[in-house]
Design a protein around this ligand. Structure first.
Ligand code: SF4
Length: 283
């Protein structure tokens, strides 16, 4: 699916800047920080600078927008893989204002704004009750505590689509309080996955199967991105070194660290590529 992005659930990735500051457990092994360091940039933390880009970089989405229009389809843009659009810093405000204008100028693109700082959204967007139809607004929730903290802030904003990224999934999530009624609920999409990278933490299969079951029960599109580095050992048909893990209060589980490619993205015997139909509307 991804054309100019390595992320399965989007066509393109756009970064208005690079750099961020860690805010919760999901950030512990932030791949973006590692990637920036590998490229020779120290951009993480309060005192570090952020990296900004040229006009040529900002023109790329305009070209994607034209291509999508010519092809008669909508394309998704993930914003941002190397930053958090809602980080509060004065030096980010000019790039943020430019981003809002760019979103306005690219009506054939659906912009996926994913944040771990939903408490800042209301203050930083120029929209109140008139959100553009091409903004999909999401927050990351890796465990129940953060779901309860971040979801109320996400849901205050009437974006066309509201979604959750449960990746890396670090504990069981109960989203039922928000999935109140079949076909009528405030969350339009759930993306889930395990962690990859050097220090990745395993995801208990019961956590992700529970999420899948909740989404199925309430008709919420579900996308399973990956197992990450760890996978239940019985899903792999080649010799592995299984380990019995005890994760939280869950039943012990035999998993193997095989790398994200071999671990794949099969869950309950199939792939899950749910995506909401856009545009939806929230009052
Ligand atoms: S919010 Fe995202 S980009 Fe920022 S440190 Fe956390 S994982 Fe990395």
């Amino acid at each position: 699916m991804a054309k100019n992005s390595h992320i399965e659930w989007t066509h393109h990735t756009f970064n208005p800047w690079w750099g961020c500051k860690k805010v919760s457990a999901a950030c512990d092994n932030c791949y973006a920080e590692l990637w920036a360091k590998r490229m020779g940039h120290q951009l993480w933390g309060t005192d570090a600078p952020r990296r900004f880009f040229s006009d040529a970089h900002w023109r790329e989405p305009l070209a994607w927008n034209e291509e999508a229009a010519l092809a008669g389809r909508r394309e998704r843009v993930f914003c941002a893989s190397m930053a958090d659009v809602f980080e509060r810093r004065a030096d980010l405000n000019p790039a943020r204002a430019r981003l809002w204008q760019l979103i306005h100028n690219t009506p054939n693109l659906d912009w996926l704004l994913l944040t771990k700082r939903p408490q800042n959204i209301e203050r930083l967007v120029p929209w109140k009750n008139d959100w553009p139809a091409n903004v999909w607004l999401g927050t990351s929730v890796e465990n129940q505590t953060l779901a309860e903290k971040r979801l109320p802030f996400l849901l205050k904003n009437p974006a066309a689509v509201r979604f959750l990224s449960c990746e890396p999934l670090l504990g069981e999530l109960n989203l039922r309080p928000w999935f109140k009624k079949k076909g009528l609920h405030p969350i339009d999409w759930v993306i889930a996955g395990g962690e990859s990278g050097g220090h990745s933490r395993p995801m208990h299969p019961d956590w992700v199967v529970s999420l899948l079951n909740q989404c199925e029960k309430f008709d919420v599109p579900f996308h399973f991105k990956q197992w990450g580095n760890w996978v239940p050992a019985d899903l792999i048909n080649e010799p592995v070194r299984p380990r019995i893990l005890e994760l939280g209060n869950e039943r012990p589980i035999t998993m193997a660290r095989v790398g994200k490619k071999l671990a794949g993205r099969i869950l309950e015997g199939t792939t899950w590529d749910g995506v909401p139909l856009a545009p939806l509307t929230h009052a």
